[in-house]
Design a protein around this ligand. Structure first.
Ligand code: DAH
Length: 359
């Protein structure tokens, strides 16, 4: 039998069985398996195609056309069934139970919370807010005039030294304390009072970042302070004492004692350092001598304060013969470190989540 006759016979033997086989395939995988039986490496049709090289040249166009037509029919039937299976699958999905979009997701993100420094800052502002102090912002980049000169720092005061401050150039620096807000607010209030003829009255707090060339376990080049001041007629040291006592009781509990130790700040006279009774030890329990936080003294220093110096009033346009006032300033990190027993200020700025998660 000629090779051409063999090819014809084999094609006839394959017949149209594949059409039923494709139609019977229940899914794509089964369909592809049926397809491979014909056209895979060891497929029946592949074997027939291999015989083509033995077909003589004169018979080749006719037999070739036959084979091609057969192959095309196979592919058409395959593609047709493949598309039908895809449609069936889609129909089944659409008709089936819908996805439950109310199921909770598998990813979870921890909930954040305020950084301890900001939490303490907000608490301090809230306490002074309740005591009648209005909170105002202040700039971190400041003129030497507002940071030092108008606060009556003598030109050769060590704080103004290159070693202690970050200078941008002559006359401009990163503020070294929040006391700059005193100058700004007092100047503003003075011109307002002059313009309206109304009496001057200020009860202001301001909290924010300050900068110094300091770096050890209790000092950081950037830290935060809160400043407060009150200006009116007849303000005395008694009001200062009353406000700071009320503040200490709100922060550390009723009965927390407060004491003033005389101290020097150029912009107040008299000036004092403010101590509160150590909240970590008690004389009654006899543990004071061993207290590491207050070093056995029973007192913790938390602020500087004093009566506004008449020169500051003169520099900001306020009449020192008519008005008096008090001012105070404290470090926010120090309050936070005392409260949470944090031994090293750097922990507050490294922002290690294992540390921050503890608050
Ligand atoms: N500005 C001072 C400092 O940074 C703190 C201070 C002391 C502020 C006495 C005051 C004050 O308002 O009256 O060291």
């Amino acid at each position: 039998m000629s090779a051409a006759a063999i090819v014809e016979e084999r094609l006839a033997a394959l017949g149209t069985r594949f059409t039923e086989a494709f139609a019977a395939a229940p899914n794509e995988q089964a369909l592809r398996a049926e397809h491979a039986k014909l056209l895979g490496k060891k497929g029946e049709l592949t074997a027939v195609l291999a015989l083509m090289r033995d077909v003589p040249a004169e018979a080749r166009p006719r037999i070739g056309a036959l084979v091609n037509t057969f192959k095309e029919e196979v592919e058409r039937a395959f593609e047709g069934r493949l598309a039908a299976l895809g449609k069936e699958k889609l129909q089944a999905e659409l008709a089936g139970r819908p996805h439950d979009i109310s199921l909770p997701g598998r990813l979870s993100f921890g909930r954040g919370h305020p950084h301890p420094v900001l939490a303490v800052k907000d608490e301090l502002l809230a306490i002074f807010g309740d005591l009648g102090f209005r909170s105002v912002p202040g700039p971190e980049i400041e003129l030497e005039e507002n940071n030092f000169t108008k606060l009556a720092f003598p030109p050769d005061h060590p704080a103004t030294d290159m070693q202690d401050s970050f200078w941008f150039g002559p006359g401009v620096l990163l503020r070294t304390h929040t006391s700059n807000v005193q100058v700004r607010e007092m100047s503003r209030a003075a011109s307002e009072a002059a313009a309206t003829g109304a009496p001057l009255r200020l009860a202001v707090v301001s909290a924010g970042a300050v900068y110094r060339r300091d770096d050890d376990v209790t000092h950081s080049p950037m830290f935060h302070q809160i400043e407060g001041f009150l200006v009116d007629e007849h303000v005395s040291l008694a009001e200062l004492r009353g406000v700071l006592s009320a503040f200490a009781e709100r922060l550390y509990g009723p009965g927390t004692p407060v004491r003033f130790r005389p101290s020097y700040f150029p912009f107040v006279e008299p000036g004092a350092e403010v101590d509160v009774g150590c909240v970590f030890c008690s004389v009654a329990a006899g543990t004071r001598a061993a207290c590491r936080v207050c070093k056995g003294t029973g007192w913790l220093e938390i602020a500087g304060c004093g009566m506004v110096h008449p020169d500051v009033f003169r520099h900001t346009g306020i009449d020192p013969d008519r008005y008096t006032g008090f001012a105070f300033g404290m470090g926010i990190e120090r309050i936070a470190m005392l409260r949470y027993g944090i031994p090293n200020i750097r922990l507050l700025f490294e922002n290690d989540p294992r540390f921050l998660a503890q608050f």
